[in-house]
Design a protein around this ligand. Structure first.
Ligand code: PMP
Length: 368
């Protein structure tokens, strides 16, 4: 029996802090440079845009509920078996499906201190208990994660590279983490930024997934492929996990425009190479320029940087910098919600925006 006089959400739901996306508004009358959601400055492949437009002639039809063409294209490009792939309405949806499928009330799921916010939301929505593992120097700490394993642990979510810190851990460290997990604990490798990483000791996790029953890797078309608006994510995992998620997901969770555009985007290797090259050019330029003016930038391997502002100077706080930049049209991401009140996250943008932010922050740091 229940004496409430209106429907009441199940335990956990009202503990969720709703996700607040990166802002997309500058001051009135100023040209907007949106650098708050890690979107690519290059936009999508022109072939993806053409594929999107072609879908308009067939809008009355349901899409292929299994996103077969898209899974086929992903399988070909990455050398994977199509049966080990599932697509989602953004990788956000896949993270939610994993939580809903593998967490019963009271089960625990671990993520890192400054880990991607969606993990906590999905764990709570599933009725699970979020467990936070501290980081070391803004980097995921394998020992800290392993120390938090209990009888109730069911999932470990690891963003590698992590957002919003931009840091990564080596393939060797990921393997050490996996080796320390009980076999019934699922390791979710969230590799949303994998394409940007230029490090020999990094792996998105495909080989680890291939060899084990308790590892999956999630990826997205929102970053390198420039299709954030269409919400396309994919997951590579063992058949038994793909099967379970296929039972839980909505029947047409990936729409027709997403399927068509995704196929074209992933096949345009020249376009993704261009996006990677742009990032490789600007990542060190921004990091060095901002370090030179007295800011601290966490070394990043992604398409964004975490900029730390002085703690002891009330005129140069992250909030003051945010206001200063916004007034000039540069919209960065405040990351207080990630436990980083003294920092801002900046997406690597087009040259003009990157130069503009460097100039504006130089003035900001110089003023009396
Ligand atoms: N994982 C990480 C680490 C992210 O930063 C993001 C994007 N903010 C996502 C997953 C979700 O991406 P999407 O749902 O657009 O695929």
């Amino acid at each position: 029996s229940n004496s409430a006089d209106r429907p009441v959400p199940k335990p956990g739901v009202m503990d969720i802090a709703a996700y607040v996306p990166g802002r997309s508004k500058a001051a009135p009358g100023v040209k907007l440079w949106k650098l708050s959601s890690n979107e690519t400055p290059l936009g999508p492949s022109p072939t993806a845009v053409a594929a999107y437009e072609a879908v308009a002639s067939n809008l009355e039809r349901y899409p292929d509920g299994s996103a077969t063409d898209l899974r086929q294209a992903i399988a070909e490009v990455h050398g994977l078996n199509i049966d080990n792939l599932i697509c989602g309405n953004g990788s956000d949806e896949l993270l939610g499906l994993l939580a809903n499928t593998y967490l019963a009330p009271g089960d625990e799921a671990i993520f890192t201190e400054h880990g991607f916010l969606v993990y906590k939301i999905q764990i709570l929505a599933a009725g699970g208990t979020p467990v936070v593992a501290p980081e070391t120097n803004y980097q995921s700490d394998v020992d800290a994660i392993l120390e938090r394993i209990t009888d109730r642990t069911r999932i470990v979510f690891l963003a590698n590279p992590n957002n919003p810190t931009g840091t990564y851990i080596s393939d060797e460290e990921v393997r050490r983490l996996h080796a320390g997990l009980p076999k019934h604990v699922l390791l979710v490798l969230d590799a949303a930024y994998a394409e940007y990483v230029r490090r020999n000791d990094y792996s998105a996790g495909i080989e680890l997934v291939s060899g084990h029953d308790n590892v999956v890797m999630t990826r997205t078309f929102s970053k390198i492929h420039g299709l954030a608006a269409l919400r396309i994510g994919w997951m590579y995992g063992p058949i038994h996990i793909i099967d379970a998620l296929n039972r839980v997901r909505g029947p047409f969770n990936v729409n027709a425009a997403a399927i068509a555009s995704g196929v074209a985007a992933i096949r345009d290797r020249a376009h993704t190479d261009k996006a990677v090259a742009h990032n490789e050019t600007w990542l060190p330029v921004l990091t060095n320029a901002l370090t030179d003016i007295g800011l601290t930038v966490t070394p990043s391997v992604g398409n964004f940087i975490l900029i730390h502002f002085p703690k002891d100077d009330p005129r140069r706080t992250a909030a003051a910098a945010d206001a200063y930049l916004t007034k000039r049209g540069y919209v960065l991401r405040a990351v207080a919600g990630y436990g980083l009140p003294n920092a801002l996250r900046m997406t690597i943008g087009p040259a003009e925006a990157n130069e503009g932010v460097i100039a504006a922050l130089t003035e900001f740091m110089d003023r009396g």
